[in-house]
Design a protein around this ligand. Structure first.
Ligand SMILES: *Cc1c(COP(=O)(O)O)cnc(C)c1O
Length: 404
């Protein structure tokens, strides 16, 4: 995305043209960026060629998943719906891992029937349930156990998952018990140790700590895991902040780890694959002036993009056309929904805006559309894939008929 003659463009198409043709609010994804992200991700860990399972929950658009599949990625799913979606998108079940703390009987049944690579179990009760179902089916089921490495990912509290008081995974002691349980089962094949310590991680140190915990646990348990699933969580830069995850250091740490453990590495990245591919185009409905602040009321709202309301996340906010006048008022970009958390960003010295101007919220490819809802009976936006000068509708805008 860049400005060409003061007009914001995505690949070769101006935001203005997109809005004219498809209306607003509208989600757009850049194919070029997607390709670049996948290429870079692979390059970062080239020496041990991991299995990369795209975390479907970050973006559940089936056409986007089809594109991701073409680059050879598998999928990490956390529900029956996501598993069906991944399979429907053509992802080979042999490259699908199933995570989550509350898989139901139905979900386990379905996963076993589809012969997926791994069910990553997160509790003793779940392992017993998988064992029971596998026995009924007279099957041997490949599973992983998710370890909670008690590692602070140093990210937002709401998206941290690897500390001992988080609901995810099992502690060391339980892990050892469960390995033994699996050894004694005729229907479970323990293949994997999995972890996932959180999301939007920009510091490599938590990953190093996580690997040292895994190293210690494997040595203690003395069991050969075919796979070590390190989860996802790699952060992206949202607000021009210079902080970036040091992939080189993460890669070096894993390579060192692999000298002692001959396992295949699995990653489950979501945000780092799709986060910066997406933009949400919206239009200013009204500008409401108050003494110190101007409220820029957009036609996009928290139901379209929930991250700011849910996590206090900030998304870079850009005008579609540059004008060279600055406002001396504070601008607060808000949606029209009746909730005080329905706001996106606050800026000082933003360029002067007027009603009907277009505003673009950046880096919304991950946990944007996938977290959207129909709150206030608002139809969900259209999704477009931009490829050079071509636009492909990859999901239609919902109509009121769909909702009512
Ligand atoms: C959400 C999630 C991921 C993906 O996290 P990102 O931060 O988007 O990379 C991977 N694995 C599991 C188990 C998850 O719950």
């Amino acid at each position: 995305m860049k400005y060409i003659n003061k007009k914001l463009t995505i690949e070769n198409i101006s935001v203005e043209n997109i809005a004219q043709k498809y209306g607003t609010p509208t989600y757009c994804y850049s194919y070029k960026k997607l390709k670049e992200n996948i290429y870079n991700f692979k390059k970062n860990f080239k020496s041990f060629s991991p299995l990369i399972c795209f975390a479907v929950k970050s973006n559940t658009n089936i056409n986007l998943i089809k594109e991701i599949k073409k680059f050879g990625l598998g999928a990490d799913v956390v529900s029956m719906g996501e598993l069906m979606m991944a399979i429907k998108a053509g992802i080979n079940p042999k490259k699908i891992v199933f995570s989550g703390v509350g898989k139901t009987k139905n979900e386990i049944n379905y996963a076993i029937d589809k012969n997926i690579l791994l069910i990553n179990a997160e509790s003793k009760s779940e392992i017993i349930e998988i064992d029971r179902i596998a026995k009924l089916k007279k099957r041997k089921v490949k599973i992983g156990i998710r370890l909670n490495p008690n590692t602070d990912a140093k990210t937002l509290n709401q998206i941290s998952t690897g500390k001992k008081d988080n609901k995810f995974g099992v502690n060391e002691k339980t892990f050892f018990q469960l390995v033994n349980y699996c050894k004694n089962s005729n229907n479970l094949e323990l293949k994997c140790l999995s972890v996932h310590i959180g999301s939007q991680i920009l510091d490599h140190k938590p990953y190093q700590k996580m690997l040292s915990v895994i190293d210690k646990v494997i040595k203690k348990v003395n069991y050969k895991f075919e796979f070590i699933d390190l989860g996802g969580g790699m952060g992206i830069s949202y607000n021009n902040d210079k902080k970036k995850l040091n992939y080189k250091k993460y890669n070096t740490t894993i390579k060192k780890f692999l000298k002692n453990h001959k396992s295949k590495i699995i990653f489950e990245p979501g945000r780092s694959i799709v986060g910066n591919t997406g933009a949400l185009i919206s239009k200013i409905i009204y500008i409401k002036k108050s003494e110190k602040k101007n409220f820029i009321i957009l036609d996009a709202a928290m139901n379209d993009l929930m991250r700011p309301a849910l996590y206090g996340a900030a998304h870079k906010t850009l005008p579609s056309t540059i004008v060279n006048k600055r406002s001396n008022k504070t601008y607060e970009f808000v949606g029209p929904i009746c909730e005080s958390t329905d706001k996106f960003a606050t800026y000082k010295n933003f360029q002067k805006l007027k009603e009907k101007d277009l505003i673009v919220l950046c880096d919304v490819g991950a946990y944007g559309m996938s977290l959207s809802s129909n709150y206030n009976v608002r139809p969900k936006p259209v999704e477009l894939l931009i490829k050079g000068s071509k636009i492909k509708v990859i999901r239609k805008r919902q109509s009121y008929k769909d909702l009512i």
